[in-house]
Ligand binder design. Structure first.
Ligand code: G3P
Length: 225
């Protein structure tokens, strides 16, 4: 991923399912093209293929399983995401936690397949543990702030800086993101000031009255193109 960037997680919000997922992804793609900033989207698993066919910005899965292909009914192995155009995946989001072993095995499989991995961490300790596994990015997201109106960059800036310090001390190759409650370009700019290379967000775009207007403001926070 070109950094700094915004990763818009569509979660399973009704505003971003099916045809609405494609429509919202196209708005993200238009804003990325217009502004020259780096934006990516993470639609629900069932919309991933359609979205990846519809836009030229990077598309991430929201979760994948470290399952082998073959007799794996209902599992979503990384190869399935790769086959429909995903460039990476989020894993261990606070709304979809996985066991440490699952995260370890998934990161290994994704690395072999050339898929980028964004690991979510609830706190500094979890971020430090995850850094040992060497994902591409770790997103520090305090669960209590997710979906709220107070940005993590305002409510708990110290958690972001401490997580960044512990992650870099553990594995300097891992890049840091943050998320939870991010709503404005000012929040994004503050996230970069606190040592991250971008933001993971959802409701500030998906639930916005005017998602395009919200995205243009958020993208400004990434600085010059
Ligand atoms: O994955 C992003 C997310 O958990 C943050 O959600 O709605 O607070 O931007 P939100």
């Amino acid at each position: 991923m070109r950094t700094p960037f915004l990763l818009v997680n569509f979660k399973a919000y009704p505003e971003a399912l099916g045809a609405r997922a494609v429509a919202l992804a196209r708005i993200c793609a238009d804003v990325a093209e217009d502004t020259g900033r780096s934006l990516a989207v993470a639609p629900s698993a069932l919309d991933l293929s359609m979205v990846a066919k519809s836009v030229r910005i990077p598309v991430f899965a929201q979760h994948l399983d470290p399952q082998e292909t073959g007799k794996a009914t209902g599992w979503i192995p990384p190869e399935a995401a790769l086959a429909v155009g995903a460039v990476g995946t989020i894993v261990n989001h606070s709304e979809r936690k996985v066991a440490w072993e699952e995260m370890r095995d998934l990161i290994r499989k994704c690395r072999d397949l050339g898929l980028e991995v964004v690991v979510c961490a609830d706190d500094v300790a979890e971020a430090e543990t995850a850094a040992k596994l060497g994902p591409d990015f770790i997103a520090i997201e305090p669960p209590e702030l997710i979906g709220g109106n107070i940005s993590v960059t305002t409510a708990t800036p110290g958690v972001i800086t401490r997580a960044g310090e512990r992650i870099r001390a553990t594995n300097p190759k891992v890049q840091v993101l943050c998320g939870a409650g991010v709503k404005s370009g000012r929040d994004v700019a503050k996230a970069l000031e606190l040592g991250t290379v971008g933001v993971l967000l959802a409701s500030g775009v998906v639930k916005a009255k005017n998602p395009e207007k919200a995205l243009r403001d958020l993208a400004k926070g990434l600085g010059a193109a």
